[in-house]
Each structure stands twice: as C-alpha cells, then as structure tokens.
Design a protein around this ligand. Sequence first.
Ligand code: 5GP
Length: 193
Amino acid sequence: MDLLKKKILECGKALNSEVLLVDSFLNHQVDCSLMSEIGKEFARLFKDKGVTKVVTIESSGIAPAAMTALEMGVPMVILKKATSAILSDGVIQTEVFSFTKRTSYQLTLKGKFIVPGDKVLLIDDFLAKGEAAMGGANIIKRAGGEVVGIGAVISKNFQPGMKRLRDAGYHVESLAQVSRMDENVVEFEDDDE
Ligand code: 5GP
C-alpha cells in the first residue's frame, strides 16, 4: 500500500535492525484518515471470506481494526492483555510473549464475544515473530470461531512471523512488508502490492 509505505518513510523511525517506531501515526498519535484507507484495503483483500467479526489485540491494533470492521459492517472484538490468569467462567486465555516489552502476558477473551460459526479476521499493527497472532488465533479457535484471515498493517519479513503463520495454513496479508531495517533505514519488499 503506497500511501502507508510513504508514511513509514516520512514519519517512521527504525531504532535499530529490529524495531520500527510508528508512534506519530499508528500507535500513539493516530492518523485517522490513513487508518480509514487501511480499513478499506483490508476490507478489499478479505472481501470474499465471509467475515463476521474483526478481532484485534489491545491497544495498537484497535485503530486499524476498527476501521476495517466499520468498512466490513461487522463488530470488532478486542483481545485484552491481562497480567495474570483469570479463573472465571467463560474466560479464555493464552500466554503470549511480547516482542516489544520482552515479557509475557495473558491474552484474554470473554468467550461469549466469539461464537461457533464466527468467521474471524484477525488484525494487528505489526507482525514480527508471530507470537501475538498465533496466540490470538489459538483463542479464537478455542471459542469456536474460524480464523479466515490475518492482516498485519506492517510485517517485518526478515523476522519469522509471516512464514510461521503461512506455514500454519493461515491466509496472511500485510500492507507494508519490510525486507530490511537498520538505524534510520527501512526497505520494503518489491512484491507487496
Ligand atoms: P510478534 O508477536 O509478531 O512477535 O510481534 C507483534 C506485536 O509486537 C505487535 O502486536 C506489536 O505491538 C509489537 N511489535 C512487533 N514489532 C514491532 C515494531 O517493530 N515496532 C512496534 N512499535 N511494535 C512492534
């Protein structure tokens, strides 16, 4: 998605070869008109999947997921990050290791928000090692839903997440596929349109 790649080059900042800062338009300050275009693009890419719910992970996935859900005319469900296991009826959890915080959290869903038969599009801001997406997919399936697609706003394809998810059989789309990064350098794959 050219608009997004342009924004990353203009406003993103590669801290090192691993971490890209996008807090001026995606996950701290939010460029809502860019998010609206991102929502339209995900809706276009997954339009034939019969999506009944868009699921995301708090908090950085919420803006692009909300716009996608709005565009597709379906509800958005937010997977919460809890610090401890919750022993309560109908709550589904799985442990996820956070790429940025270097610590684990309990990805948490009240099961009633995903019902058997739901066809779920999982949206997140970044795809790095695939931990968050695999955890999200695990919870959705345990609730009885089917993961019909996974959308990342930005994937760092030199990290293993994209391959891991595709090897697991998921249909994954990324709107900006980064092939290489270094301090203040970001390069994209050629074929990500
Ligand atoms: P994964 O679970 O795929 O290893 O990492 C994905 C999660 O880590 C995303 O939800 C995102 O919040 C965070 N993340 C991964 N890489 C980056 C990055 O380069 N920059 C930022 N800001 N967040 C990232």
